[in-house]
Write a protein that binds this ligand. Structure first.
Ligand SMILES: Cc1cc2nc3c(=O)[nH]c(=O)nc-3n(C[C@H](O)[C@H](O)[C@H](O)COP(=O)(O)OP(=O)(O)OC[C@H]3O[C@@H](n4cnc5c(N)ncnc54)[C@H](O)[C@@H]3O)c2cc1C
Length: 397
């Protein structure tokens, strides 16, 4: 594929840069992915600016407010936002449940939920994993039995990111406990987190933050109008959603920013008369990671372009997830090596700030992102998916 920008694309790129220069407040710049989780207000303000411009939902179907951008336009936009250090936008709301409601929602569901996603009235969380049902998601045990005009939900979810902030959950439940095939008896419910019978308990992570939770359901009555897709059809809905989630995890532009941060840290580390960046071994490893990132970027663009033609392979999202998450973890480790003893001091301690200013963010990011090869479906499972697809079809990547 030709990666040279056309005149139209160059003009679009300039337009995006001008917009960011004008609209992105200095205090919003540099709010990292991690900080976004603790500063939802900044994310919401930035999303409002993008919504006003019509760019928040650029990737949605045109009928639902999308802009029909080409894969390259999406890439240009993401790259410009990353370079300008704009706050991230909510993957869960804008990147996952929004497109899913566009694809599977009834007209009434689309009319109710989509505007609330765009104007930030709702924050969403994903209720899939349960104790004992993570990789083997189809074994989930939370039940929803039909009683009149409601499903009565009982059970437990775990590792639910944002459940403590969310007003809505998209939740997988078992509606047919007798189904022979375990995938067959599952449905997806859009659940108001204020419903009586829902309890959220925090789980703290190694980075010291509160990202995720346990969620308990004690006979929660969810109106049947909140069923997304058909009854017992939830597995197909979930599969569509997981593909959005996995491809997003590759996040090439953010990883490039991370790579640049690592280079900046190394440039500030004296080595003899020069810096760590000029050390042969370090420079060699950094360059190899840069090359790997370049190839991942091209692969991601190829997948986006194929998806637009309806020609993406079902394992593409898994490959992007594996390569993207593992490369990012390697870059994090190189950054920690470059920080040296500064990385060993807990972020809120009295350590002198690293000259590049990137130290604290990198350590917190690196600790959190150990989870990048687990969430969205563990990488071992993704490797199984890729292997099964290739062996079954006998095709080449
Ligand atoms: C930071 C973070 C955020 C998360 N957010 C959410 C969320 O918002 N909503 C949600 O629903 N879930 C969320 N999860 C849960 C996540 O999806 C699960 O952790 C993941 O699917 C793995 O499931 P598990 O933890 O039960 O591990 P298990 O399934 O118990 O797996 C444990 C280990 O065994 C390996 N393994 C299991 N089965 C096989 C197999 N067949 N072949 C080879 N290896 C195998 C796995 O790869 C893994 O290494 C989050 C997880 C993390 C870490």
């Amino acid at each position: 594929m030709d990666l040279t920008l056309s005149q139209v694309e160059l003009r679009f790129q300039q337009h995006v840069h001008d917009f960011l220069d004008a609209e992105l407040k200095p205090e919003w710049r540099g709010v990292s992915d991690i900080d976004n989780r603790t500063q939802p207000a900044i994310m919401a303000q930035w999303q409002a600016v993008l919504a006003e411009k019509g760019w928040l939902t650029a990737g949605w179907p045109v009928a639902n407010g999308g802009l029909g951008w080409s894969p390259m336009q999406h890439h240009i936009f993401k790259e410009a936002c990353s370079k300008a250090r704009a706050p991230k936008i909510s993957t869960m709301s804008i990147g996952m449940i929004g497109p899913l409601i566009c694809a599977f929602g009834t007209p009434a569901q689309q009319a109710f939920y989509l505007p609330r996603i765009v104007n930030g009235a709702d924050i969403w969380c994903q209720g899939f994993s349960e104790p004992g049902s993570g990789s083997d998601l189809a074994s989930l045990k939370t039940t929803a039995r039909r009683e009149g005009d409601a499903y009565v939900v009982s059970g437990q979810k775990i590792w639910t990111t944002y459940a403590h902030l969310a007003s809505q959950m998209f939740c997988l439940v078992r509606t047919d406990v007798g189904a022979v095939q375990k995938q067959a008896g599952i449905s997806m419910l859009l659940m108001d987190m204020a419903l009586p019978g829902i309890t959220v308990r925090p789980i703290h992570t190694i980075d010291g933050e509160h990202h995720f939770n346990e969620v308990f359901f004690d006979d929660v009555r969810v109106p049947i109008t909140c069923l997304l897709g058909g009854e017992h059809q939830g597995w197909d809905v979930a599969r569509a959603l997981l593909a959005f989630e996995r491809s997003g995890i590759a996040d090439v532009v953010a990883t490039r920013q991370l790579l640049n941060d690592v280079a900046a840290i190394a440039a500030g580390e004296p080595r003899g008369t020069s810096s760590l960046l000029d050390d042969d071994d370090f420079a060699n490893r950094l360059t190899k990671m840069e090359i790997a990132l370049d190839s991942l970027e091209i692969y991601e663009l190829r997948v986006m372009e194929a998806a637009e033609r309806g020609a993406a392979k079902d394992f593409d999202a898994s490959i992007l997830k594996i390569l993207g998450s593992e490369l990012k973890q390697k870059i994090h480790m190189l950054g920690i090596e470059a920080l040296g003893t500064l990385a060993a001091v807990w972020p809120d301690g009295d350590a002198p700030a690293h000259p590049s200013g990137a130290g604290r963010k990198l350590v917190v990011d690196a600790l959190f992102f150990r989870a990048g090869s687990i969430y969205g479906g563990a990488n071992e499972i993704q490797r199984n998916i890729v292997a099964k697809s290739l062996l079954k079809s006998g095709s080449e990547i």
